[in-house]
Design a protein around this ligand. Structure first.
Ligand SMILES: [Zn+2]
Length: 395
């Protein structure tokens, strides 16, 4: 049994304990949280870590299969030009070594679990082999031409069955990349099986213009890609409304069972946020601030999300749109741009909220008895992240 203490213990669930001690066994299972009085009376001398301790981080959104694309695409191109640059690069698959290295790098940065998007099986073997971190794989499907819907859905289903893991879901990519029949196929299947969904939403405002006016940069890009967009006939004129229209809400089981991770939300406005909150009981809003700055040079309206007290998670996205896979770095970006967010709040976004979203809060996300969340030492950190704050993994 090991006993450790710090100036501040950020539990992950919103509680901050000053000078408490954590007891854990050789497997990293938390056995007790002791007050200073309790450990002094029992004559226990904890190992003291100046600064703060917190649970292991959950990276709610990444793409391991893009781990070979670091520095390959210029910054601030905007989503459409970024995608035009990305698509040809995806023809070259990553090596297993590059994927393994990304996983090990994340573990070194204190990440204990990830929500990882797969469009191919490039990462499957490594994921099955490496048990360094917990991985939930989102098998992501896309295809804007309705004629291809069945083919695309079966491709996703085949991949889904090929991955030897129970932590997996089928999910649609984004409003601008999935046809109505494909969206229906995916959602019917995934909601029926109670899969966790992950959906790239409003990473660019051209998504909204595409639905609203059938104009703008995304419309032009798709028109160039397909030659003709007469098949693109959304039922509504807003990407969020469209998603809700096609969502198979089923009164037979509670909405709270459905976890939907809305990823990016860079241009989500208040009316759209309210629309989501009206229809979903468990929406999780995943921010990937460094990737948003990399691609669009803009961040979501974080203060708007705070006003509605929604569940926020943090992701790194991939190395195609980020210089590193570090949740600490994402937290620092958020703190620098939104100084009103306190560290305790940021830590709960980076830990328990992500664990809940991925249904792994029984084990991860908070320093509570019987969990094995991992424990991180935030050096040079008390109530704010500083430029000297670094992570050291204790457990
Ligand atoms: Zn993504």
């Amino acid at each position: 049994m090991q006993t450790i203490s710090a100036d501040y213990i950020y539990v992950g669930n919103g509680t901050v304990l000053k000078n408490y001690a954590i007891q854990y066994d050789e497997k990293g299972t938390i056995k007790a949280l002791l007050t200073p009085k309790e450990y002094t009376e029992r004559n226990i001398k904890p190992i003291f870590y100046p600064g703060a301790l917190c649970p292991g981080f959950i990276n709610a959104h990444c793409h391991l299969e893009l781990s070979h694309l670091k520095g390959k695409i210029h910054k601030h191109l905007g989503l459409n030009t970024f995608l035009d640059a990305l698509i040809p690069l995806q023809k070259y698959p990553p090596s297993e070594q590059e994927i393994a290295q990304a996983i090990l790098e994340m573990a070194k940065q204190g990440i204990v679990a990830i929500g990882d998007i797969s469009n191919t099986k490039h990462s499957f073997r490594i994921k099955e082999k490496l048990s360094t971190i917990h991985i939930h794989t989102f098998i992501e499907s896309f295809g804007l031409h309705p004629d291809k819907a069945q083919e695309r859905f079966f491709q996703a289903l085949t991949l889904f069955h090929e991955l030897k893991s129970e932590h997996k879901s089928i999910t649609p990519h984004a409003p601008y990349s999935v046809s109505q029949p494909l969206l229906k196929d995916i959602l019917d299947y995934a909601c029926g099986e109670r899969h966790i969904l992950s959906y790239h939403l409003l990473e660019s405002d051209t998504e909204r213009t595409l639905f609203e006016k059938k104009q703008g940069k995304m419309y032009e890009r798709l028109l160039e890609w397909f030659g003709d967009l007469s098949f693109f006939e959304p039922q509504t004129n807003n990407p969020v409304q469209e998603w809700i229209t096609h969502f198979p809400f089923d009164p037979a089981f509670p909405k709270s069972m459905l976890h939907v991770l809305f990823v990016h939300n860079t241009y989500l406005n208040e009316a759209e946020l309210r629309m989501i909150l009206e229809h979903f009981e468990k929406p999780y809003f995943v921010f990937c601030p460094n990737a948003n700055l990399y691609i669009e040079n803009r961040l979501p309206d974080v203060e708007m999300f705070l006003k509605y007290k929604v569940k926020i998670c943090i992701g790194t996205d991939s190395l195609a749109s980020n210089d590193e896979l570090s949740i600490l770095s994402e937290m620092r970006t958020l703190q620098d741009h939104f100084p009103s967010i306190d560290l305790n709040q940021l830590i709960s976004w980076a830990t328990l909220n992500g664990a809940e979203a991925l249904y792994i809060e029984d084990k991860f996300g908070s320093i509570e008895v019987n969990k094995q969340p991992g424990i991180l030492w935030l050096k040079d950190t008390t109530t704010h992240l500083t430029k000297h704050s670094v992570i050291q993994r204790i457990v």
